[in-house]
Design a protein around this ligand. Sequence first.
Ligand code: PLP
Length: 447
Amino acid sequence: MIPNALVELDRRHLVHPVTAYRTHEERGATVLKSASGVHLFDEAGNRYLDGFAGLWCVNAGYGQQALVNAATHQMAQLPYATGYFHFSNEPAIRLAAELADRAPGDLNHVYFTLGGSDAVDSAVRFTHYYFNAIGQGARRNFISLEYGYHGSSTTGSGLTALPVFHAGFNVPLPNQHKIPSHYAYRNPVGTDPAAIIAASVQALRDKVAELGADTVAAFICEPVQGSGGVLVPPTGWLPAMQAACRDLGILFIVDEVITGFGRIGPLFGCEVEGLEPDMITAAKGLTSGYVPMGAVFLSDRIYQAMADGAGAAMVGHGFTYSAHPVSAAVGLAALKLYEDGLLANGQASGAHLMARLVEFADHPLVGDVRGISMLAALEVVANKDTKALFPADLGIGARMAAAGNRQGVIFRAFPNGTIGLAPSLNYSLSDVDDLVARLRATLDEVL
Ligand code: PLP
């Protein structure tokens, strides 16, 4: 089929995620056709360096034959198995065991989902169930961070604090509350890490006091706020929030949908600061985006309390595709790739990326350069002194994305023009240099 005909069919029939429908109808889709290594190719024959690993998920890069083989072998052998009615399947069992072995603390129980949004939903449902099981059913309030993103299901979008996910959708839900982010570049308390940490801990304490100490169930946050603009907390922020949660008697849930599987260095982002949360949610890099899968990691305490609370009754939570054998087989193969060299390669390329991105600090459009390993952002401003953003009607984000495409690179162009980066872990040092060169050309073109 010729590309224009595909674009027309897309326009007429395909409803896109997180897209301005009318703008999309006018603009038409960029139809991707194939991929290899660190590159994507569209139907028109253009080649792009993928600076965003798909949607921060293809951590292993493209063309990993081991992942393809794992999927095709499993599809031929057992394409589907339910986890209901006491059935199980070998890849899911092995993946749960391997991951539990590597997960922080006593997160020894793994519930598999289809992606990140339903992992967050499941974590919320497990939290409710846990507190009901231990006789603290009044704990129904959830606290999350401004600039946070936790998916776009009804529950997750309410925990999310990005306005576009609320507008028109009747969320957040009444039990979902926010406290300010640690966002250092635009923090009213300034850039001093100790002040930022103290302010966040105090904000959490104040919010819990305001809601009533025995009505709060959990605090959920990302180790690095991704969709909010790649906001990296100061060192010590995450451990301080974990300690405050413990002190307040509320669960500490870490949403690792982006930060897991090497994105910020180790297998679990929690390892960077030695966190031991009560639950972790994960997805994306778990299967490197080749097939859909997410996960919730539950601590011994939570799992045992839920099991005891249920007694002989069923815990009524589950999906047809929970613990899908094909996804689990790909997850196992991805884990092997990560541990056979990809994590190490990502760490080396990530260090190089951070070192090179610093060069953008004196670019007239770049107000802030931030990141950790293979997750980074260049915050674009109209005025570096005042940190003023470009007026919304200028469409700076769309202009940045279009300029990037012309320069042969794909990144996340946030609506305010900020460039989000999440290269796959198979980037070589020279791929990083290529990315940096294309980013500079993009910024110079928009200037
Ligand atoms: N949580 C975080 C931190 C995310 O970044 C995302 C997606 O980007 C989600 C949850 C939702 O995951 P999914 O898009 O797989 O539903």
